[in-house]
Design a protein around this ligand. Structure first.
Ligand SMILES: [Zn+2]
Length: 155
């Protein structure tokens, strides 16, 4: 690899405290910035930069991951829909381009859910997300969010 890949470095790091779902091919994590409750990334565990390079197995697993998340977010927080995006634009800001496939997951809410006393409103519900929205939560709150999602996987 000519250029360091942040996603690969991250996947190797022991600091992935909030990986809510890991399969052979995908690692789903939530982070302290929670502009939409449960906002997550599904990162391919292998370094690939083009959608066309995804194997059938990787697509199948992604389908299972997204399906699981859709049900979990609905049951845990009342999410109406998951917005999914695969952009990788950041990787194209400087050359040499070295993208790593990851999906952005934004659960969307008609009724603002509340966790740990924090209300996660979604005033643009029914439209594209607000890309500038930032909502940093503590590690403790993130633990609670992760636990509520993971509870649903055991049902
Ligand atoms: Zn990578």
């Amino acid at each position: 690899m000519d250029k360091k890949c942040d996603a690969c470095e991250f996947l190797k790091s022991p600091n992935q405290k909030h990986q809510i779902l890991v399969t052979d091919s995908w690692s789903v994590g939530i982070y302290n910035d929670q502009p939409y409750l449960g906002r997550a990334y599904a990162t391919l565990r292998m370094h690939k930069g083009k959608i066309s390079e995804l194997s059938t197995k990787e697509w199948q697993e992604l389908q299972e991951v997204i399906s699981k998340l859709e049900v979990a977010y609905q049951n845990a927080f009342g999410a109406e829909v998951l917005n999914l995006e695969c952009n990788m634009n950041h990787a194209f800001k400087t050359e040499p381009f070295n993208p790593h496939i990851h999906w952005h997951i934004y659960p969307r809410y008609k009724n603002a859910p509340e966790v740990a006393g924090i209300v996660f409103d979604d005033p643009l519900f029914g439209s594209h997300i607000d890309e500038d929205k930032v909502n940093m939560v503590s590690d403790e709150v993130l633990d609670e969010i992760a636990a509520k999602i993971q509870e649903q996987f055991d049902e």
